[in-house]
Design a protein around this ligand. Structure first.
Ligand SMILES: Cc1cc2nc3c(=O)[nH]c(=O)nc-3n(C[C@H](O)[C@H](O)[C@H](O)COP(=O)(O)OP(=O)(O)OC[C@H]3O[C@@H](n4cnc5c(N)ncnc54)[C@H](O)[C@@H]3O)c2cc1C
Length: 322
């Protein structure tokens, strides 16, 4: 087992470099040897990467690199909302309370040149809402299971069907005291199947603390095969290897796996090599009177910022079209 643990007062940059020192595979053009082939490959690569370059223009390069490097240890300049990040959607919910319908999954979208109709389920009954335009912010992982009539353009259909979603799992372990602070360790990047471990209560007052595992990919899917108590037991065993003492301090745990959440069916979208050029141009593009928002339609995939920016963009599109 190898562990890169970060000390609370260690220089963040060093920690990130050692934690994220994996070598990436050389790109196709670096691997080509002959001059002619290299030129061809580069221009092909350039064309293929054009959508990525256009995305990069709307985001500072360093931000993209930081994002690609993954999440690191808790930093003093991490921003969060005092009282909990869920205060943000709750603040929207208060302002929009009369317009929101909870527990009402959309099951069908109908659209034509005159308007849109959305069929949703409420108390096991189909209900319909009609409007001039629709802004669809449902993740593509869910949208691909929703009937659309008439079907969207072929490019949009393909993007909705093929855009991959990452699997992520978090298991939170509440401890009666933050025994790990005695050694100053608040974060560990490991090669264990639970992957990363955070002290998510690091900047919070109180004596109790929560260590949380943050697991992605196939490891997260394997965790999904276990029931809740098996997940907690497994995580406890794994965390004990990095944070000896967790057993004596453990009070209770809870897991969340985004693949099994019917409202998201995955944690966040991403692109396999070659997919961005094929899929991206169709993702934010309106289809008739249906407009698209959500972080998956923005340059800020996996960030709330992407949800906001794309929401503004879609609202602007509707204003301009109306
Ligand atoms: C593990 C994890 C950690 C993250 N950490 C951060 C972070 O530290 N900072 C950050 O900025 N971002 C973070 N994010 C990303 C952030 O949560 C997303 O970028 C943001 O929530 C995207 O907002 P959205 O509106 O596009 O999508 P969502 O928040 O997924 O909203 C989609 C909405 O569609 C609804 N919906 C789904 N299906 C239907 C249906 N059939 N009918 C009607 N409604 C439906 C859902 O209920 C949901 O309300 C994290 C995400 C994950 C999974």
């Amino acid at each position: 087992m190898s562990v890169t643990a970060s000390m609370a007062d260690a220089p963040i940059a060093n920690v990130l470099v050692s934690a994220r020192g994996k070598k990436s595979r050389p790109s196709t053009c670096c691997r080509e040897k002959t001059g002619k082939k290299l030129t061809v490959t580069i221009s092909r690569e350039k064309k293929r990467l054009a959508p990525l370059l256009s995305l990069l223009q709307s985001r500072p390069g360093l931000t993209v690199l930081r994002d690609r490097a993954g999440t690191g240890p808790p930093e003093d300049n991490w921003y969060r909302i005092k009282g909990g990040n869920d205060l943000l959607p709750k603040a929207f919910a208060v302002r929009l309370s009369e317009k929101i319908r909870y527990g009402a999954p959309v099951v069908r979208i109908e659209h034509d040149a005159q308007g849109v109709r959305v069929v949703f389920l409420q108390a096991d009954t189909n209900r319909t809402l009609a409007a001039d335009y629709l802004i669809c912010a449902i993740p593509f992982s869910v949208l691909r299971h929703i009937e659309v009539s008439p079907p969207f353009s072929l490019g949009k259909q393909r993007a909705i069907r093929e855009l991959p979603y990452k699997s992520h799992a978090r298991v939170s372990m509440q401890c009666r005291k933050r025994f790990w602070l005695e050694e100053g360790i608040v974060y560990a990047d490991t090669d264990l199947p639970i992957q990363r471990i955070f002290d998510i209560t690091h900047f919070q007052p109180g004596t109790r603390g929560i260590l949380q595992s943050y697991t992605g990919g196939p490891d997260a899917r394997r965790l999904m095969e276990l029931n809740e108590s098996e997940r907690i037991r497994f995580t406890l065993e794994q965390m004990e290897k990095v944070f000896p003492g967790i057993r004596e301090n453990f009070e209770g745990g809870i897991s969340k796996i985004w693949d099994e959440d019917p409202w998201s069916l995955g944690a966040s979208s991403w692109y396999r090599p070659g997919q961005m050029g094929e899929l991206w141009p169709h993702i934010p593009r309106p289809d008739g009177r249906v407009h698209f928002a959500g972080d998956h339609t923005s340059a800020w995939i996996r960030w709330m910022q992407g949800a906001f920016e794309s929401g503004n963009r879609a609202a602007r599109e509707v204003n301009e079209a109306a």
